[in-house]
Design a protein around this ligand. Structure first.
Ligand code: AIR
Ligand code: ASP
Length: 302
């Protein structure tokens, strides 16, 4: 498909103008980066898998009343989304110690936290995504106090929902990152909506039985079988991929690849059977219980 010039190209996705005002097309690339762009690579088929996994998760979140930017899937690598005003904060929720938490505080990996831990980081490659307190966010006008309350509440609800969803397919949700945006309906009512993606690029997922890492840490730490891990996550979630789509996930030939692989890492072969086919709640975002009355006039400085 011919596309207009990208409006924005990120490390793993490209945003194009959408067919209608207020919409964008989000294109998922196979490119992967880690450690603030220091490590770069390509994971063949990742874009296709993340597009489908993120669609699946966002659709399910919509069903439980969480507003997201997802409107509908367009093709293997593209989805139509609502154009939201970016809140430049990455919200991380942690259930188990891992990653930068272990480095920063010199704690052992794999310890269950007594309660979910919410952290904030500034979205800034130039500054290496510094950690933020809620006070920083409000002081510098990246979000208002009441927006932050909502962001935190939604992040914890997403954690509850995803913890259950992944546990049901034998995966432990260790931590994940969310991004939010502001979106206004026709009457000018403001909604805080979930943006970006939710996929093995943005979550840490460990096999419940074997502890095997099934996410981007396989790429970050050269553990191998990266695309296979993403595909296994999709398979366990019951995300259906037709033969054509599977063929396009470069490494997943031959065609019977919906079957779990018998070689390779044990955690990836022990998955529970696929639960159900991915559904689509295309076009259903917007409206609902978390509607806010704040009007457009009140905007943060930045
Ligand atoms: N994350 C953070 N920045 C980008 C991403 N994808 C995600 C990681 C991990 C969680 O946020 O994938 O699931 C915490 O990351 P870290 O590096 O702070 O431990
Ligand atoms: N912060 C992202 C990660 O490590 C990507 C990057 O920093 O390049 O997952």
């Amino acid at each position: 498909m011919t596309r207009s010039k990208p409006l924005y190209e990120g490390k793993a996705k490209i945003l194009y103008e959408g067919p209608e005002p207020g919409t964008l097309i989000q294109y998922f690339k196979d490119d992967a980066t880690a450690f603030n762009n220091k490590k770069k690579g390509v994971i063949p088929g990742k874009g296709i898998l993340n597009n489908r996994i993120s669609e699946f998760i966002m659709s399910h979140l919509h069903e439980v009343g969480i507003h997201t930017h997802f409107i509908k899937s367009l093709n293997m690598r593209e989805q139509l989304i609502k154009a939201a005003e970016v809140i430049p904060v990455e919200v991380v929720v942690r259930n188990v110690t891992a990653g930068s938490l272990c480095k920063r505080f010199d704690v052992e990996e794999g310890m269950m936290l007594p309660a979910p831990l919410v952290e904030y980081y500034l979205k800034s490659d130039a500054l290496n995504d510094p950690m933020l307190t809620e006070e920083h966010i409000v002081t510098f006008g990246w979000a208002f106090d009441e927006e932050l309350d909502e962001i935190k509440a939604v992040a914890l609800r997403v954690n509850d929902f995803l913890t259950g969803l992944f546990l049901g397919v034998g995966l432990k949700l260790v931590d994940f990152k969310l991004e939010f945006g502001r979106w206004y309906d026709e009457e000018g009512n403001l909604y805080i909506i979930l943006a970006d993606e939710i996929s093995p690029d943005s979550c840490r997922l460990w096999d419940v039985e074997t502890g095997e890492k099934m996410d981007k840490d396989r790429f970050r730490h050269d553990l191998g079988k990266v695309a296979e891990a993403y595909q296994e996550v999709a398979r366990r979630l019951g995300i259906f991929m037709d033969t054509q789509t599977q063929d396009n996930v470069a490494e997943f030939k031959p065609k019977e690849s919906a079957k779990p692989k018998t070689s390779g890492t044990s955690g990836m072969t022990k998955g529970k059977p696929a639960k159900k086919k991915a559904d689509s709640t295309a076009g259903k975002t917007g409206g609902g219980s978390t509607k806010r009355s704040t009007k457009k006039s009140k905007k943060p400085k930045k």
